[in-house]
Design a protein around this ligand. Structure first.
Ligand SMILES: [Ca+2]
Ligand SMILES: [Ca+2]
Length: 502
């Protein structure tokens, strides 16, 4: 169970790029691979050590989560040479590249499905799920319960002229692959081998990991990923994998048998609840419970944390554009254990609420309305120059959200207790004020104490007992005056990071 080898170097801060929206290099308005390459210096300066790219394979949709060719690059985004150059430039800067691997389903335009849907007498038929209405009825699997990631209630779709229907849990244009086919498994492992060894990516983000087998066989999913994890480890030892298992911790746990990391959706929701309600939600205790669950499946588990991703309302909109609360959100994410993922634009306070297109609006690089690098794939409604300060302005302002992120990331890297990714070193403090979130990041020689003020009013905190040793302020949101011995005055939504004074 524990034969997964940890990557030699685990990136301490990661960044998710929605490719279409990030940076346009050739003036067609669509963010692309060369655009990302041109911003590697920016990402390095921010402190990013790994990038998760949303899918870059050919696909008929703007989001590209329905692939038509797993061996190619979407022409809108560039060429294989462009991608190779991105990899090489990223690696020169110590930045890892993770590809989004979407293998729960394909596009209906994928040649596999084209062949599978054309006749039931070819080997590709078995790459998908087919049943007659009668079989569906008998097994009572005609309708599915809605989940956070799919509102499709009727997952069986008509194939014109065919007595059998096919299963597509997201939508009719995304037919689910059926991993009972050994040939399909072989083909998928060959794809991973191509990208890991022939092209040189560092790992994969696994889309819809909990849906590989349909809901009536869902206990087979962690088993599938266990096999997948072993294959990947054979193909390229130390490769990174992070799963999208949008479910409570109890359900996520078993996926750590095969996947090194999984996204922590419960944490994302708890952080949002903390911001809404201004109370700590027993976060530390809940996290310790989750870690216990994860570690029973794999003591070397990697907790992939985030405020939100490309499927959730942006954190900036969760707090209704309040920059002080966005700073608080960043301070929580970047001082908790795990491997944090920043969703592109979070660092400049981008806004956005569903539908999905609206949480994927173009990054605002400069205040120039004709900035050629700014993607124009959609006319922004939430993240406009009038509502979000351009990066170029924030870079010059020491108190900007951008510089807040940069400082926090630097502190996370400088303090070994904060940068520790595996074996989460989190501990409760004796402070029990509900409007404060406090925790230790334990360490044999350099432990850290973190205190967040969760409300829109100053609060003072008395440090007693063990906490009296923490006298050195290594980070503060804005001047947090230590008024007298062992008392810290925290401004509204302010955070401090303290170490033991020497
Ligand atoms: Ca472009
Ligand atoms: Ca599936």
């Amino acid at each position: 169970m524990n034969d997964l080898i940890a990557p030699v170097h685990l990136p301490r801060v990661c960044y998710e790029i929605f490719v279409r929206a990030f940076c346009d290099s050739n003036g067609d308005g669509i963010g692309d691979i060369n655009g990302i390459t041109s911003k590697l210096d920016y990402l390095q300066e921010l402190g990013i050590e790994a990038i998760w790219l949303t899918p870059i394979h050919p696909s008929p949709t703007y989001h590209k989560y329905d692939v038509t060719d797993y061996y190619a690059i979407e022409p809108e985004y560039g060429t294989m040479d462009d991608f190779r150059r991105l990899l090489s430039e990223a690696h020169q800067r110590g930045i890892h590249i993770y590809m989004d691997l979407v293998i729960n389903h394909t596009s209906t335009h994928h040649p596999w499905f084209q062949k599978a849907s054309a006749s039931n007498a070819n080997p590709y038929r078995r790459f998908y799920w087919w049943m007659t209405p009668q079989q569906i009825e008998t097994r009572r699997i005609g309708r599915r319960q809605l989940t956070a990631d799919s509102w499709e209630a009727n997952p069986w779709h008509d194939n014109p002229g065919d007595p059998e229907k096919y299963y597509g849990m997201f939508t009719h244009s995304m037919p689910d692959l059926n991993y009972d086919s050994p040939l399909l498994r072989q083909k998928v492992y060959r794809i991973t081998q191509f990208w890991l060894n022939e092209i040189g990516v560092d790992g994969f983000r696994l889309d819809a990991a909990r849906h590989i087998y349909p809901y009536w066989e869902k206990e087979r999913n962690p088993v599938f990923w266990e096999e997948f994890g072993k294959e990947i480890e054979n193909i390229k030892p130390g490769s990174y994998t992070v799963g999208e298992v949008w479910a409570p911790a109890e359900e996520v746990g078993p996926y750590f048998r095969g996947l090194k990391a999984n996204f922590h959706f419960d944490l994302s929701f708890n952080l949002q609840r903390i911001l809404y309600q201004g109370t700590h939600q027993n976060l530390v205790r809940r996290l310790l419970d989750d870690y216990r669950i994860f570690s029973t499946y794999n003591p070397a588990f990697i907790d992939a944390t985030m405020l939100t991703n490309h499927d959730q309302n942006r954190i900036g909109s969760v707090v209704e554009g309040n920059i002080a609360q966005m700073k608080l959100a960043a301070a929580m994410l970047l001082t908790l254990p795990g491997q944090p993922y920043i969703y592109y634009g979070e660092e400049i306070g981008m806004l956005g609420q569903k539908p999905d297109e609206r949480i994927r609006e173009p990054f605002i690089w400069t205040e120039d309305r004709n900035d050629p690098q700014r993607a124009l794939w959609i006319k922004p409604r939430y993240s406009r120059r009038a509502t979000v300060r351009a990066l170029s302005l924030q870079q010059q302002d020491p108190n900007s959200l951008y510089n807040h992120y940069r400082k926090l990331i630097a502190v996370r890297k400088a303090e070994p207790a904060l940068g520790q990714i595996q074996n989460p070193n989190l501990a409760e403090t004796p402070i029990d004020t509900t409007t404060l979130l406090t925790y230790f990041r334990t360490h044999p020689t350099h432990p850290v104490l973190v205190i967040h003020n969760l409300i829109d009013a100053p609060q003072s905190v008395q440090l007693s007992g063990e906490m009296e040793k923490y006298t050195r302020l290594v980070f503060q949101t804005s001047p947090a005056v230590i008024t007298e011995k062992n008392t810290i005055q925290l401004p509204a939504y302010g955070s401090v990071i303290l170490t033991q004074g020497s």
